[in-house]
Design a protein around this ligand. Sequence first.
Ligand code: ZN
Length: 453
Amino acid sequence: MRLPDWVVGRLAEPVWDLYEGSVRLRTYRRLARDQFDAPEALERRRRERLGELVRHAAAPSPFHARRLRDAGIDPRGVRDIADLRGLPLLTKADIRGDLDDILAADHRREDLVPAKTGGSTGTALHVYCDRRGVERRNGAALLADTWSGWRLGQPMGAVWGNPPAPRTLRNRLRLACKDRIVYLDTMRLDEASVREFAAGWRRLRPGLLYGHAHSLYLLAGMLEEMGERLRPDGIVATSMMLLQPEREVIERVFARPVTNRYGCEEVSLIACECERHAGLHLNAEHAAVELLRDDGSPCSPGEDGRIVVTEFVNLGMPMLRYEVGDRGVLHDRPCPCGRPSPLLRTVTGRTADFLVAADGSRVAGISLIENTLTRYPGIGQLQVVQEVVGRVELYVVRATGWDEAVAAALTGVFRDSLGGAEVALRFVDTIPREPNGKYRFSICRVPGVRSGA
Ligand SMILES: [Zn+2]
């Protein structure tokens, strides 16, 4: 039986939050209420949250305490992100090398929510967030979802790499009553899986379609060829660059505008378009985003720079001046919608092609990398390159823990996912950026296959 959306939105969602003692919906409602506040009110809240983060989270973290001291910054005096300008950037290498020291000492490790990341960056990282922080992050994501046209309580359709299988009764109940989601697994994108997805879609009637930008583009093309029509109220493209020609195809096929969203596992939502699609609003209630020149000085609006994020809501693993690894440009104008949070005009960074299996089906490179990099030890960085169907090269930066067993497992996953392709391992010291500064972790040069970048 399909529960009516209003029952889920007004009953199942609040009851579930109450049951879990979660602040997710409370955060969502507060953010929704405050989203059109005066800029001064937003600024006041941001200063308070930044001060709180530095005093209560960074100070108990041995890593941050040391860095603040070395930079001559008194945590009690921090009011504005400019007060942290003397602090070195927090890099992925710092997180890999000093994770234990970065975590706040007043949180127990077992109380934190772990996450592994890799697919979007090609670099394996283990990160944590305290439970309250996760709920606040989810509240902010709900608000961003509503900007796309989706309404609280509506089911969702997801084009994703690892559809979670609900194992416990509690999770099955949750999926049936609340998280009603139909998945299309990007590990295998072919006509049969798309037909199954479309049938599931018609049963569940989702209000939102979300997924990696390039996966949505491929899905749109396949649906069009197959004569299938899906009509979501909103479409959210996330995790990868949304390229303009792909955006146009998605919008034409689904007859809805695409809402471009930018974030990462380490600091969650960074920026998202509103219903005006004039740029991506920074998640200003929950984070301070800096755009920096290569010499470390702040960029002017309109100037391309490195994206550096300080997230206010994760007190378990404070992320102070985290260098995400992408580049972006701040808009010089506010959004016509009236929301005070500034706009990112563009984000450039992550792209990953789909690969081609022996039977011609498509396999999302981002999902393959996520599935291997985060599962096996000893892989510092990973890149897959395919020149012809039936063969791929894997470029591996080896790290502690690498051994023959990992090599065999890694090779096996790529071989099996690509229908028996030959896999050649190549060991390298670094994986270079493209001439345009972008990292590409999955490159497909098979003739006749439309690339993702
Ligand atoms: Zn706006």
